[in-house]
Design a protein around this ligand. Sequence first.
Ligand code: ATP
Ligand code: MG
Length: 369
Amino acid sequence: MILKELKVEGFRNYRQLQQVEFLPGVNLIVGDNAQGKTNLLEAITYLSTGRSFRTRKEQELIGFGAEFADLQAVIQSQEREQTVRAVLFTGRKPRQLYVNGVKQKTAARLTGILTTVLFCPEDLLVLKAGGAARRKLLDMALCQLRPGYEKALTEYHRLLEQKSRILRDRAEQPGLLAVLPDYNLRMAQVGAILIAYRARYLEKFSRVTAKFHREFSGGKETLAMEYHTVSTIQDPLADKQTILEAILAHQKSHERAELESGQCLTGPHKDDFEVTLGEKSLKSFGSQGQTRTAAISLKLAERELVRQDTGEEPVLLLDDVLSELDPGRQDFVLNQIQTGQVLITCCEKDRLTNFGQVLTIEQGRLLEK
Ligand code: ATP
Ligand code: MG
């Protein structure tokens, strides 16, 4: 899959319309700090998933003082050229999404048109960070692969927000507590869908990540991954009805605690996965080098799973990540990315110039070559 062209206008610091053409192979996006390199990758991932990887607040994406943000991409895949477009508005007007010029109702319709895998410096720490970072990694991957997941996740977030509000305001508005059972049931149903997707994905993800990690560590280390979800679920790969019942049981046993704390304490919004090396928790015992190596393996596995699933090489987006790696790890990554299209951002181009085309960004503008 090749991202041929991107147009950005009114997005973040891209004030005026910029048109960027990318080549197959490596594209280096070079610029000083705060010029808009990450913003450009954010625009691209927005078109591939309908979400930003930096924020859940859509309004932050619109350029200061702009009334709308307009993103458009032309994608070449399997002999076919397609376009995606997203227009975001200030205020309450909902965003508009288009595929090949046709307006779409949901972001789920973007699935598979522009698939990307993003690797940024935070990802190097994902295994030491809190659970939210790992959930985000799973969510971003699954949203791109499974339209049903994207739909369920959006609904789950909405339900969670509403249930949290009911619990928080229980003293001022006790009347609202009457609808709590309805919320619980729907959250359990949608939650069971999320868990089913996550469990299946993690099974494959774990296998492929372990393969990369073994190669990377010269066959010395054995990596494994375990899914942690709602504690009453014995087997996350069980059928949905069994999972649903387990979630309902967990809800029941936490009903009182939720009312006392005013917080939503049960459901897959607390999910996590644990990585072990030789049966020891990486989070607790992993060295810096082991953590980075495992994180790189995780990303390379993500890319491989997208390729296996869609039959096409996703566009790889490397945000500043190479500068964070020592030469040995840089080489491992560079050796693994010799196929497909890659967009790499960096501040200096020295080490990488022999790779492909160089695009220079300055204050939200693409400089003439
Ligand atoms: P670095 O090398 O430090 O990572 P970068 O080139 O990746 O820098 P970006 O993160 O892409 O930088 O862009 C950051 C700039 O975009 C900041 O100066 C920030 O103030 C600006 N910016 C962020 N959001 C908006 C917005 N909504 N409107 C206008 N400018 C914005
Ligand atoms: Mg950046």
